[in-house]
Structures are given as structure tokens and as C-alpha cells.
Design a protein around this ligand. Structure first.
Ligand code: FES
Length: 106
């Protein structure tokens, strides 16, 4: 399974494996990654799964969709590299993906 690195606001990195086709949020929840509450269960309605995509990965992960962009307007400190992790589907191409957890989700 491909792996994903979650970097917390204090710099600590947690690496987990996520099954292809699963959302990154689901993988984070299944592995108890701190900072991903995912209150809505992955239906793009809470924004508590907000992450920043590391600069090297932005092109491969791609931009947020319309509904996701509207939800991202609700987060603290949205940035151009903001995504909702429930809307990122794991694929082999994302092996080694690095995501940064927002300070507000400690
Ligand atoms: S889990 Fe609610 S928006 Fe992602």
C-alpha cells in the first residue's frame, strides 16, 4: 500500500499506509492520526479534515473541486495548497505524499 506522511504543526511526522481507493482522511482516522477529526464522516461538510499539501505534491494531488473549495472558505487560515483530506483518493501515484496539519487542528 502507498504511504502518506502527516507533518504536525510542531514538525513531527507520522507515516501511515493507505489502501488504494480509500480517502486520505479515512486512512488517517483508521490510524489515529492526530488533527484529523473528520466530523462529517467524509461527505465534504465539516472541513475538520483540512490539510496543506506539501509544495512538491500540489501538481500531483490537484486542486479542490467546487464544493470542497466552498468548504475550505470556512477553515482557519486557508491557503492555496489547502485541501480536504476526505476528498483526496489514495493512488499509487501518491506514494510518499506529504501533508501538513494546520496549527488550528492540534
Ligand atoms: S471529513 Fe468532513 S469535510 Fe472531510
Amino acid at each position: 500500500m502507498p504511504s502518506v506522511n502527516f507533518q504536525s504543526a510542531d514538525g513531527a511526522v507520522t507515516t501511515i499506509e493507505i489502501e488504494i481507493g480509500n480517502s486520505v482522511m479515512r486512512g488517517a482516522r483508521d490510524n489515529s492520526v492526530d488533527g484529523i477529526d473528520a466530523d462529517c464522516g467524509g461527505v465534504c461538510a465539516c472541513a475538520t479534515c483540512h490539510v496543506y499539501v506539501a509544495p512538491d505534491w500540489i501538481d500531483r494531488v490537484g486542486p479542490a473541486g467546487t464544493d470542497e473549495s466552498e468548504m475550505l472558505d470556512c477553515v482557519n487560515d486557508p491557503r492555496p495548497n489547502s485541501r480536504l483530506s476526505c476528498q483526496i483518493a489514495m493512488s499509487q501515484e501518491l506514494e510518499g505524499l506529504t501533508l501538513i496539519l494546520p496549527e488550528s487542528q492540534r
